[in-house]
Write a protein that binds this ligand. Structure first.
Ligand code: AMP
Ligand code: DBH
Length: 552
């Protein structure tokens, strides 16, 4: 079955990608048995005391896959998944791929505002959640969302399971005739050019955007990344970032680790106290980190009693790395630092492990595929010219040509001939590596988590006190940026951060989007065409420049 609402690659490009061997024409879920046959009783996934061999992983995936079919899920369906970093989540994710159910990978921080929207947009037939995390009942929220559509199932990934809901840990218990089950699932013939999973984009509009990734494209995304990063049977890959992120999932991520016969180790927290103990115990070799976490690890490594000597590479990406930090991190952790400039929309750039030190420290690397097309363009869309900064546009075998069910946004985010506008301002070095200088997209990058400015502005405008709203990034030494809200109030009203926080929380908005700085202004500066002049606003609010008088 093929999902509507996606934008396929043009036929001639698809043929080219297949002929070159980038796309292998096999659904991702089928690889689970290929891995099991190659690596057998080797440990594939470690989660605390739980350990799954490759064989156990394949058997559990099939058991769960068949029971999901039994619950009425089918090839072509979508499921909302809010995955905690656990072994059950990995099994669930792979089981969905096995039967052509595409998980929409929501983030752990998402709440009613985000999940409700995603569930409706993707018309999900199931919602998979942990029971509760940090006092919040994901299961209760999932029950509310399930009530909004008939037949929508709630699957619970850990903890207690309310009546009427289904425990993933029970559904994945293998047994019976494993070979027969495998044959039945193989016979489903999930199409490799259909959507395998949906990733979320930080987005730059009022509503979150979801990115359809096909089996063909995402398999290549992970496999080629794994090759570039030298993943092999000796890779011990630690996931501390939420597995829903493209970075730890498929860039090269846990998927490339499993492809290569390595070991995936999951922790629920990136805090150094937790992560360092696991690095020592499992002899971790590789881990992806966002800059903000990298800073904390570097600091903590100075005084840690844990043995981090197994670490070979820490991958760092998600936001601009402060100058000099690559060297600081490498010295603190005693390993190599690899920069990763990636996006859930596709294009992945890595510094290479044999790059000269100054290239690895000062650039964000180069694309993984010979078929990645990249252009650096000026304001008019013309090539910026050698060595000149401009917006990066890209096309390629793992960069989809559109967001899911978003034709209007696609018309802006993609050129008519299918180039994705990254919104990043980059420079290409003579050696062919990208340096990310800034961005033109309207978002806040909070420690690697992208917050759409228009989305937060729309939410702020729902508050009775707010007449006008503009969101800007506030530079921050820990997170890189925080969400700054600038408002003009209705006469006679007042507003403070506590009220904003309470209102956003009551509205069910993910916490990382809640404004942390507030500027109440008499007016917002406008550009000549009457749009909010965010550059001027930043100068005014962040640098304390005097307000520019608005013209009457
Ligand atoms: P998303 O589209 O939500 O997946 O976010 C991807 C965006 O994150 C990129 O377009 C960049 O703006 C930013 N980004 C990711 N990695 C890096 C990096 N290593 N350096 C600078 N910016 C990055
Ligand atoms: O920021 C990102 O979205 C990102 C960063 C590094 C990403 O999607 C990736 C690697 O794959």
């Amino acid at each position: 079955m093929k999902r509507e609402g996606t934008v396929p690659w043009p036929k001639e490009d698809a043929r080219r990608y297949r002929d070159a061997g980038y796309w292998r024409g096999r659904p991702l879920g089928d690889y689970v048995w290929t891995w099991a046959e190659s690596y057998q009783d080797k440990i594939a996934v470690v989660d605390g005391e739980k350990r799954f061999s490759y064989r156990e992983l394949a058997e559990s995936v099939d058991a769960l896959a068949e029971r999901l079919l039994g619950l009425g899920l089918a090839d072509g369906d979508n499921a909302l998944a809010q995955l905690p970093n656990t072994a059950e989540s990995v099994v669930f994710f792979l089981a969905c791929l096995r039967i052509g159910v595409a998980p929409v990978l929501a983030l752990p921080a998402h709440r009613r505002h985000e999940l409700g929207y995603l569930a409706e947009l993707a018309e999900v037939r199931a919602i998979a959640v942990p029971d509760r995390v940090g006092g919040f009942s994901h299961q209760a929220l999932a029950a509310e969302l399930a009530a909004e559509a008939p037949g929508r199932r709630v699957l619970v990934l850990d903890g207690e399971v309310h009546s009427g809901h289904h425990a993933v840990r029970d559904l994945m218990v293998a047994g019976g005739d494993i070979a027969a089950r495998r044959a039945r699932l193989d016979a489903l013939r999930v199409r490799s050019d259909d959507v395998a999973l949906f990733l979320l984009s930080g987005g730059t509009t009022g509503a979150p955007k979801i990115i359809p990734r096909t089996h063909d494209d995402y398999e290549y995304n992970a496999r080629r990344s794994g090759e570039v990063c030298g993943f092999g049977e000796d890779t011990v890959f630690l996931v501390t970032l939420p597995v829903a992120h493209n970075f730890p999932l498929g860039s090269p991520g846990l998927l490339a680790t499993l492809m290569a016969g390595g070991r995936v180790v999951l922790t629920r927290s990136p805090r150094p106290e937790v992560a360092f103990a696991v690095i020592e115990r499992e002899r971790v070799t590789t881990s992806p980190l966002v800059v903000a976490i990298g800073l904390r690890w570097a600091e903590a490594a100075r005084t840690t009693g844990h043995d981090l000597s197994s670490l070979r590479t820490v991958q760092i990406g998600g936001s601009v790395l402060p100058a000099g930090f690559a060297v600081v991190l490498a010295e603190a952790l005693g390993c190599q630092v690899q920069q990763v400039y990636g996006m859930a929309e596709g294009l992945l750039n890595y510094t290479r492990l044999d790059d000269p030190p100054h290239v690895a420290a000062t650039t964000q690397g180069r694309p993984i595929s010979p078929a990645d097309e990249c252009r650096v363009v000026d304001d008019e869309g013309a090539d910026a010219g050698p060595g000149r900064a401009g917006e990066l546009l890209t096309r390629g075998p793992y960069t989809p040509r559109g967001y899911y069910r978003a034709p209007e946004h696609n018309a802006r985010a993609f050129t008519p001939d299918g180039w994705y506008r990254t919104g990043d301002i980059v420079e290409l070095t003579p050696g062919g590596d990208f340096v990310v200088l800034s961005r033109i997209k309207d978002l806040v990058n909070r420690g690697g988590e992208k917050v759409s400015a228009p989305e937060v502005e729309d939410l702020a405008l729902e508050l009775p006190a707010v007449r006008r709203a503009a969101v800007i990034p506030i530079p921050d030494p820990d997170l890189g940026e925080r969400v700054g809200l600038c408002v003009v109030l209705h006469p006679g009203h007042s507003l403070d951060l506590h009220q904003i926080r309470a209102a956003f929380a009551a509205r069910g908005v993910a916490r990382y989007k809640i404004p942390e700085r507030l500027a109440v202004l008499a007016e917002l500066p406008l550009t000549a065409v009457g749009k909010v002049d965010k550059k001027q606003l930043r100068r005014q609010v962040v640098e304390g420049a005097p307000a520019v008088p608005v013209e009457a």
